[in-house]
Write a protein that binds this ligand. Structure first.
Ligand code: ADP
Ligand code: MG
Length: 347
């Protein structure tokens, strides 16, 4: 199959996406596919018009991709790397090459990739892609909206409020400790735990630098889990236990900073309950193909809360969803092919 793996882009999760993309690229190559890895924003510069021959070129498209560093990347210099001025989100030749592929594997995370806009453009252009469609992507990207959909569907989610940029928080509605998070972020960028009222404003100001809407929600003290869903069916539950603090950017991507256990050490009843909520969330947001839902469990009474849905979750062999698939005996390479198969069926 001719496949373009799209990664990178302009979101705060750019580096994580390049890491996912290079791993997906290698896995699909191992499976014998003709694969091109492209940075969606930087594209492929070529003096000649691109042709399908590029899919047969004997080059390592992932050779320059580095490991994810401890801090999310500074994106201010990215535009300077584009010789065409960088007006379009799609870099040189990206659309032409995607159009030649049998499917585009989306290794993107965060804004301009996980938020549905690329999916919508591809729908209009008739380009098949992996993962769910534009509408569910957009709903899942916005934590304020997805929490409303969760509540309507009877899926528990932490109580909280959403503030618009500049809006003053009514102290009566702020529970302490609370989590302050940008509504449309990811990878815990713009996410802060606040224990005291005097620290709230600073967290809000920081969160607003990432977007106009900010969620302030009850901090759930206890254990953290995640559940992947493929084609409507939940995978085994994984537990995430950072050695220090919460599951922030550093704990997510620096090896050794978090203990991940799959299948999670949970009773069959609690496992089933969480898997059911994951499947309900998949349905509530009208998803297809695959996704991954994040959960907290309050250990004082074992109540489960769905934090959010990820429509293009991390896809390196050690990412959460691939670890869950591995418990079912599915290798990373097989998983990548499986996601293509379910996506093609539903495109
Ligand atoms: N209400 C909450 N209670 C406790 N921890 C939370 C809460 N909301 C978020 N967190 C922590 O912050 C991390 C990131 O939050 P999440 O809602 O999953 O957003 P994202 O992963 O998109 O950045 C979670 O993995 C969890 O560790
Ligand atoms: Mg999350």
């Amino acid at each position: 199959m001719k496949i373009v793996v799209l990664a990178g882009g302009t979101s705060t999760e750019r580096d994580v996406s390049l890491s996912s993309g290079s791993k997906i690229y290698r896995a699909l190559k191992t499976k014998g596919h003709q694969v091109i890895l492209l940075d969606v924003y930087l594209g492929y510069e070529s003096p000649e018009p691109v042709t399908e021959k590029l899919f047969d070129l004997d080059v390592d498209w992932a050779k320059d991709i580095q490991a994810v560093s401890a801090e999310h990347p500074d994106l201010s210099h990215l535009k300077e790397l584009r010789h065409d001025g960088g007006k379009s989100m799609f870099g040189p030749n990206v659309l032409a090459l995607c159009d030649m592929a049998d499917i585009v594997f989306l290794g993107l995370h965060g804004a301009n990739g996980e938020d549905g806009r690329i999916q919508a453009a591809f729908d209009l252009m008739g380009i098949p892609y992996t993962g769910t469609g534009y509408l569910s992507s957009a709903l899942a990207m916005d934590k304020h909206l997805s929490k409303q959909f969760f509540r309507n569907a009877g899926i528990p989610t932490p109580a909280g409020i959403t503030l618009k940029c500049g809006e003053k928080a009514d102290p009566a509605f702020i529970p302490y400790p609370c989590m302050v998070k940008t509504a449309c972020g990811g990878s815990s960028v713009g996410t802060y735990r606040v224990d005291r009222p005097e620290d709230l404003q600073k967290a809000l100001d920081d969160a607003y630098t990432f977007g106009d809407d900010v969620i302030v929600e009850q901090f759930i003290s206890g254990r953290e889990f995640s559940v992947g869903v493929i084609d409507g069916k939940a995978l085994p539950v994984i537990e995430i236990a950072p050695l220090e603090g919460f599951y922030d950017y550093k704990n997510k991507y620096q090896p050794g900073s978090t203990i991940e256990t799959c299948p999670a050490d949970l009773s069959p009843e609690l496992t089933e309950e969480m898997q059911r909520y994951a499947e309900m969330a998949f349905e509530a947001l009208n998803m297809r193909s695959y996704a991954r839902m994040d959960f907290m469990m309050d250990t004082s009474d074992n109540s489960i809360y769905c934090l959010e849905a990820n429509t293009l979750p991390g896809m390196t062999p050690t990412s959460l969803l691939p670890q869950e698939a591995a418990v079912l005996g599915m290798s990373f390479e097989d998983l990548c092919e499986k996601l293509i198969e379910v996506s093609l069926r539903q495109n």
